[in-house]
Design a protein around this ligand. Sequence first.
Ligand code: RB5
Length: 144
Amino acid sequence: MKIAVGADHAGVELKNVLRDTLIAAGHEVVDVGTQGNQSVDYPDFAHAVARAVAKGEAERGLLVCGTGQGMAISANRHAGVRAACTRDLYDTRLVREHNDANVLCIGARVVGAALADEMVKTFLATVFAGGRHAGRVRKMEEPS
Ligand code: RB5
């Protein structure tokens, strides 16, 4: 799978661990940064990953910041992007099965690395259930 990954300074360490695991598992990863510990603005990286997903340049996105929340709010400004900030495996499975989320946002100050790794695996492996959920997901793009 082609996956775009990004993080701010609070998430860079976890992002790098998850990125390397994805590459080792055979995924094609586009890393939009950040690469160092210098303070940066999370929307810059959220928008870069969201653009890649919205344009179809990546099938999924992974964003890491302190809480994951700022990344999700920013990424969700892009049409066609369904970013979900999750904290556990149940949430992560359900945002795929019911909401067809295409960007996973993780809070590095909230979720440990081992759980984050399992969450990413769950996010990539879980298939959208479709059926009654398909119409609801379509309505997400019709806010008025
Ligand atoms: C950075 O301090 C922090 O605000 C950011 O990583 C994130 O948690 C925002 O949502």
